[in-house]
Design a protein around this ligand. Structure first.
Ligand code: NAP
Length: 296
């Protein structure tokens, strides 16, 4: 009937407009997880796009496979994972994604795209920029002989405290605990996790900002750019923890996250996000980008 359509995974990274969507919402529900042996030290896990991402992570851990354990506890579906190249605690999906099966916009054929064809980048991919792709299946190449990646402070300090973090299951459990203590529970409050991306800016600008705001965490991204912690800027430069518009507020324990309380509207969230972006730009000169997609 020529209606617009939108494929929704877990709905955990979208902001829907207050007056809804004038079209068809397609709930992705393709099930199934299958393992294929690819080498003595590696296996391929193939998951239907509707499988919960965290179920897939738990299944990899149960089979003793390394590669996605730091991505434990991320809400949403397996099919949505490549769209923004999900990442956490120093691991990105791009490190283990092998291929996807997907239907291009308005087509009636399935294409197999190698991860290298997806332009996977920091919370970004070709699937996010080119509208209309429907992911049906994803394949991960995981290792049997991996090692824990514990560089991030939250994990490193648990290791230093003597917590056993020797298997994918142990690392996954620790990551879920850390996340539960820091991020709002999606089943209780309306939230899309990090609303903004952490800014990646020229390293010289990051250095100048760190001189102006001592303590600002700066992490080299590539030869010329560095990533700075937006949560720190919101907290220590703008004192914006808990900043609110109507029913929407910056989460007190992690201000890069917006939480929609009772009675919040999408308009509240939009206004809050605009206010935050303006204040960050005034204070630091950085123009921040949203991670959340708008469904309109
Ligand atoms: P955090 O550990 O407080 O770190 C804040 C910022 O510093 C992030 O930009 C993070 O980069 C960066 N960072 C920290 N340690 C680093 C290191 N050793 N090397 C390089 N960069 C480092 O972050 P958090 O808020 O508690 O979140 C923990 C992890 O979960 C982060 O990776 C975060 O991105 C991820 N997460 C994502 C969402 C989402 O909705 N997308 C929600 C919650 C958490 P990265 O962001 O690149 O990791």
């Amino acid at each position: 009937r020529g209606l617009p359509s939108y494929v929704l995974g877990g709905g955990s990274n979208v902001l829907a407009a207050d007056d809804g969507y004038a079209g068809v919402i397609i709930r992705m529900n393709v099930p199934g997880i299958a393992e294929e042996a690819v080498a003595e030290d590696a296996a391929r896990l193939i998951a239907g796009a509707g499988v919960s991402w965290d179920t897939l992570v738990a299944e990899a851990a149960r089979r003793g496979l390394w590669g996605v354990e730091n991505l434990a506890g991320i809400p949403g579906t397996a099919g949505a994972a490549p769209v923004q190249n999900i990442g956490a605690y120093g691991t990105e999906l791009s490190g283990s994604l092998e291929w996807i099966d997907a239907v291009p916009a308005a087509a009636d054929r399935v294409e197999r795209l190698a991860a290298a064809e997806l332009a996977l980048a920091y919370r970004d991919s070709r699937l996010k920029r080119e509208k209309g792709w429907t992911v049906l299946r994803i394949a991960l190449r995981l290792r049997r002989d991996g090692a824990p990646m514990l560089a991030y402070r939250d994990l490193a300090s648990r290791k230093e405290a003597g917590e056993p973090l020797r298997t994918p299951a142990e690392v996954g459990r620790a990551v879920r605990e850390i996340r539960a203590g820091k991020f709002p529970d999606l089943s209780v409050s309306g939230t899309a996790g990090s609303f903004f991306k952490n800014p990646v800016i020229r390293s010289a600008e990051a250095k100048a900002l760190a001189e102006r705001y001592p303590g600002l965490p700066v992490y080299p991204a590539d030869e010329e750019t560095s990533k700075v912690s937006l949560a720190w800027i919101l907290d220590c430069v703008l004192d914006a923890r808990g900043l609110s518009v109507g029913g929407a507020r910056l989460f007190e324990r992690q201000p890069i996250v917006i939480v929609a309380g009772d009675g919040a509207t999408a308009k509240d969230v939009e206004l809050l996000a605009e206010t935050v972006a303006r204040r960050v730009e005034e204070a630091t000169g950085i123009s921040i980008e949203r991670e959340v997609r708008t469904l309109a």
